[in-house]
Write a protein that binds this ligand. Sequence first.
Ligand SMILES: Cc1cc2nc3c(=O)[nH]c(=O)nc-3n(C[C@H](O)[C@H](O)[C@H](O)COP(=O)(O)OP(=O)(O)OC[C@H]3O[C@@H](n4cnc5c(N)ncnc54)[C@H](O)[C@@H]3O)c2cc1C
Length: 389
Amino acid sequence: MGSYDIAIIGAGLAGSSAAAALAQRGWRVALIERRTLPQHRVCGEFLSPEAQHSLRALGLYATVAALHPAPMRHATLVSARGTRLHVDLPDAAWGISRYDLDLALAQGAVQAGATLLQGATVTDMAIAPTHATITYRMPQGTHTLHARTAIIAAGRNPHAVLRPRLPDPQAGHRPQYVGVKAHYTGVRMPAHVELYLFEGGYTGVGRVASSAGEVVNVSLLATRAAFQRAGADPLAMLQATAAWNPALAERLAGGTLLADTLVAVAQVDTGRPGVAWDQVARLGDAATMIPPLCGDGMAMALRSAELCVPLADGFLRGTLTREQWQAGYTQAWRRSFARALWVGRRLQSLLATPYLSDVLLHTGAQLPPLARLFVHATRSREVAVAGGS
Ligand SMILES: Cc1cc2nc3c(=O)[nH]c(=O)nc-3n(C[C@H](O)[C@H](O)[C@H](O)COP(=O)(O)OP(=O)(O)OC[C@H]3O[C@@H](n4cnc5c(N)ncnc54)[C@H](O)[C@@H]3O)c2cc1C
């Protein structure tokens, strides 16, 4: 295959947006994706307000706004015992189906001039001082591609691409979660995102715009123990969480699950140490994953692309060395995300415990400034936080 300035591995939010922004700057970009788009993904599809700043910076705001996202202005958390905390969002968040969003961003990259290779699984990457050699597998066989440099945006399990694999001695000791998502019709839903807590996880509910019309996203993250308790089946898990949190059952009453939208993932590791650079820059979940209940993973993916693109551009122009790119990106990554990751991980474990979640929501409802502080602290970018109650 041809030769490129930069190869980007993974056409999720981080990879496609970085590919679009670098192609807009005139670079020859190869965007390599193992799936064929579009496809449904396990995600709450809640695009937090700060993501809109990144979309503007990456030249992709109009592309996403054209999907007519469903606006959401409030977040409501409901404990298994029925305690509610209602928080106003700092600005309107967007609900958009990943089926459409990922496709739109990948198409945005192609329109900007990137080459998209779909159904191409990267199996190896060798980084030399002057070039990167990427090996990928397609149904027809194995191919090699050369680029001056590369970026990893391969999502939650980036290890498959990197050699040598980074040591992570705690990997086997951290809890692993199961994620499930489905779209529903017939659910009456205000312009809120709602999080229903249960022992070992939460289920999120929110309106999303999709090419199939406006639907309601129901997605959950649960410990393996909770998944086993529910019968170790994605559909049974969705039904069980409604039984474990009666307010959720009430919300979903009369709704119909769209069977072709039901997807599940296992081995979700929300505690992986953050690694913004290992041989090359890592964007989005490839660097690390924020607990999904913060609703900030997609914004982080876009923000990491926003941080990395100007430095990658400087490197390709010859105005920055690889070491300067690495130092600049690593520092900016830490400044933007370290606090949100720390707070988000602690919140996730507190909210997964029925008694503690109840106390926390009750306290937040009594002390709105405290609730606002927590929301603020889980954001990857400085934004003004409006009132809560
Ligand atoms: C249950 C759950 C609910 C969530 N809810 C929300 C939410 O409401 N709001 C929010 O902001 N975030 C949410 N998230 C997190 C969010 O989905 C991720 O943070 C986001 O998708 C990260 O984007 P990314 O581009 O880094 O990775 P991804 O979107 O995972 O994209 C990575 C891409 O790389 C490709 N790839 C992987 N390996 C290879 C390879 N070897 N070769 C080629 N391609 C490869 C994959 O196919 C994929 O397309 C949720 C996550 C879960 C699990």
